[in-house]
Design a protein around this ligand. Structure first.
Ligand SMILES: [Zn+2]
Ligand SMILES: [Zn+2]
Length: 141
């Protein structure tokens, strides 16, 4: 308990150095070598950043890692058309294997009322068996 409190307050001190609140940002990327879209695919992601420079850093690091181009990025609250639009997170974590993935449509858990998302069908099925005790229907005994 004490230890946890200490870590949290330390992190807080670092994060609030210049008192910039976390803001939701949108970024639009273009993947020039998409296999599905010959002309390149364009997609939008959301993320949190404290101020322009942190957002800039996140946007560019991700573009470099993924080998994609940045079209634009800006604060979500200044993007009227997207205000009520549910945008996927920039980096989603697979609930089962904890790997980062960035598919346009992550695989959601097929169990009713569960919000877990997965990088692959395999992970979803493993999660179903483990968490919900559901066995794959096609499995033979
Ligand atoms: Zn996974
Ligand atoms: Zn589930």
């Amino acid at each position: 308990m004490k230890y946890h409190e200490k870590i949290t307050s330390n992190r807080k001190n670092i994060a609030s150095d210049d008192d910039i609140p976390l803001e939701k940002w949108l970024v639009c990327y273009r993947n020039p070598v998409s296999k599905k879209h010959p002309g390149g695919s364009v997609f939008i992601r959301q993320f949190y950043a404290a101020g322009f420079y942190e957002a800039y850093d996140i946007v560019l690091t991700y573009a470099e890692n993924m080998n994609i181009e940045v079209m634009w990025f800006r604060e979500k609250r200044s993007c009227e058309p997207f205000l009520n639009y549910d945008v996927p997170e920039l980096e989603s974590l697979c609930t089962y294997c904890n790997k980062k993935f960035n598919d346009l449509e992550p695989m959601p858990c097929s169990h009713g009322g569960c919000n877990a998302e997965f990088c692959s069908r395999q992970c979803m099925e493993n999660h179903l068996a483990l968490r919900h005790k559901v066995r794959e229907k096609s499995a033979h005994i």
